[in-house]
Design a binder for this molecule. Structure first.
Ligand SMILES: NC(=O)c1ccc[n+]([C@@H]2O[C@H](COP(=O)([O-])OP(=O)(O)OC[C@H]3O[C@@H](n4cnc5c(N)ncnc54)[C@H](OP(=O)(O)O)[C@@H]3O)[C@@H](O)[C@H]2O)c1
Length: 302
């Protein structure tokens, strides 16, 4: 097995080239990161639409790649990496598989040995059309948020790997070259994993936007709320990182100040969305944090 792994690693590093499908948030980050880690990004494969091609060209220019579409792509990289929305992975993979079938007629040309997608929720089966033509496939999900205008470090970032052994082995090597840390995720656990992953950033943002709404009741604008809340949010995260959840917990619930909580619920009546979130989180605190005066608080939060 170890021998097989190093053979695959060798196959990957021999060419060290990656073709990226898509030119959105993850693709933009990944193309630059792969280039920085010494890989060649050969092609950025886009849909045959003017806007898509424009975005692909702009990304291709950044990383010295060629922008193309699935039916014109050379696909001579050793790795294909699908960075398209989850709902598009199967369709994009099948377009690329069709193109590879056409290209297979030409002898002595390099072709991809591995294909990845980066959905945290979907399985490597989304790439079955490529598996059917002999490509080892895996899902490779970075537990990180990628948005335009930010280039996060991948140091210590966890990547969940699922799929064919050979593809996972190669993904592990790439992740390590990018500075991340990979772990194998059984396919039966992917949905639960991604529910959790969605809470770490997208739903944390949903919480922050709810905070802004709640601050309106105190006469603060969204911008003021964002600026004023950041020091305490940063300190809470620093405490959580150093001390864990229970020892970072402060406020009326740990003190058991039920009257204060009752006052909050009254004040938030005019903002039912924020009140719902407050109640759900206060109940979560009762379940998982050191709360005093539990019974009275439970009654209040029914
Ligand atoms: N962003 C993150 O923080 C993050 C984190 C971890 C994992 N992921 C995963 O990464 C994948 C991509 O997410 P994203 O956030 O980068 O999405 P995104 O910003 O919406 O980008 C999607 C890209 O895919 C292109 N695309 C759509 N259909 C295509 C097709 N059939 N062929 C070629 N290109 C196509 C879109 O191009 P046009 O619309 O211009 O045609 C766009 O460039 C998803 O599976 C997601 O779960 C994302």
């Amino acid at each position: 097995m170890i021998g097989k792994g190093s053979e695959n690693d060798e196959k990957m590093t021999r060419t060290g080239s990656v073709a990226i499908v898509g030119a959105g948030r993850l693709a933009t980050f990944l193309a630059v990161a792969l280039r920085g880690a010494g890989f060649t990004v050969s092609e950025i494969v886009a849909r045959d639409l003017p806007g898509s091609l424009r975005r692909a060209r702009s990304l291709a220019m950044k990383v010295g790649a060629h922008a193309t579409t699935a039916d014109r792509a050379s696909l001579d990289a050793s790795i294909l990496w699908f960075c398209v929305p989850d709902r598009e992975i199967r369709r994009a993979a099948s377009s690329v598989a069709n193109r590879l079938r056409v290209l297979a007629a030409a002898k002595n040309r390099a072709h991809p040995s591995f294909a990845f997608h980066s959905s945290g929720a979907l399985l490597s089966e989304e790439l079955d059309s490529l598996r059917e033509i002999g490509i080892a496939v895996a899902s490779v999900h970075p537990l990180m948020t990628f948005v335009r205008g930010a280039h996060p470090s991948l140091a210590e970032v966890a990547f969940a790997l699922e799929g064919d052994g050979a593809a996972k082995q190669v993904a592990k090597t790439i992740v390590s070259k990018l500075g991340g840390e990979s772990f194998s995720l059984p396919s039966s656990r992917k949905a639960a994993y991604h529910a959790w992953a969605t809470m770490t950033s997208p739903l944390l943002l949903a919480f922050l936007v709810t905070l802004e709404a709640a601050a309106r009741g105190a006469g603060l604008s969204r911008e003021q709320a964002r600026r004023m809340s950041l020091p305490i949010i940063r300190q809470t995260l620093a405490n959580y990182s150093r001390l864990g959840s229970a020892r970072s917990f402060s406020g009326p619930l740990i003190r058991g100040d039920a009257e204060t909580v009752a006052g909050h619920l009254l004040a938030l009546k005019k903002r039912p969305g924020a009140r719902d979130v407050y109640v759900a989180l206060a109940r979560a605190a009762i379940r998982g944090l050191p709360v005093k005066n539990r019974d009275e608080l439970k009654r209040l939060l029914k």
